[in-house]
Design a protein around this ligand. Structure first.
Ligand code: GDP
Length: 198
């Protein structure tokens, strides 16, 4: 898929205030600093569509971007940032939970994980929660430029094993990406394109 236009539409913390039309949407979420903003900018050919976070944990908003006047790319706040208060965390959890539970337009959530890190409960538990709520999702491994191919393979296999030890019977769809090297762009956009066309 070629991205011809990417426009910021709206930011809010309330799923009821998200755009009311019925374009399919794809949401990106992951721990703070995972490389989410960089990935979104890489996918949309923008330097600064999503704000790369100098201060992780700051963007506590649901951000809608309209792509090619056809679908929404949704940038969700990063989770697991130690420095936000408990109250902020609880509030965060509520609006994100509501978003995933209520947003009918959501086609797929992309859960970003840093390829260098071993599976972390905060991510696998979140995937578990998505699964138990019937929310389709795919895993996006980020920063693949940081590892050699063999190490990438090992990390993906470790992830597979960690998930299969829980309730999963198979590995969800996954993508290996690097925002700095442009790796995985075609695959990820192609995946969205396929779903939009089906
Ligand atoms: P966010 O908090 O998830 O939005 O993460 P950012 O996009 O702001 O990136 C966090 C840090 O990771 C920044 O220092 C980026 O330069 C770095 N980063 C992001 N993507 C990549 C990547 O693909 N490769 C490498 N090597 N670094 C990356």
């Amino acid at each position: 898929m070629k991205i011809n236009s990417a426009k910021f539409v709206v930011s809010n913390q309330d799923v009821k205030k998200c755009p009311s039309n019925h374009f399919p949407e794809y949401a990106f979420i992951g721990r703070s600093n995972v490389g989410k903003s960089s990935l979104i900018n890489m996918l949309t050919n923008h330097k600064n569509l999503a704000k790369t976070s100098g201060k992780p944990g700051k963007t506590q908003l649901i951000n809608h971007f309209l792509i090619n006047n056809e679908w929404y790319l949704v940038d969700l706040p990063g989770y697991g940032y130690a420095r936000v208060s408990k109250t902020q965390k609880a509030k965060f959890q509520k609006f994100i939970t509501r978003y995933f539970e209520q947003r009918k337009q959501l086609i797929c959530g992309f859960v970003l994980v840093d390829i260098r890190h071993d599976p972390q409960p905060i991510d696998t538990e979140f995937m578990e929660w998505l699964g138990s709520n019937g929310v389709p999702f795919a895993i996006v491994f980020t920063k693949a430029d940081k590892l050699k191919p063999k190490a990438i393979e090992k990390q993906v296999n470790d992830y597979k094993e960690a998930l299969l030890q829980t309730t999963w019977e198979e590995m969800p769809p996954y993508f290996i990406t690097s925002a700095s090297k442009g790796i995985g762009k075609e695959e990820l956009l192609g995946y969205i394109d396929e779903i939009n066309k089906s």
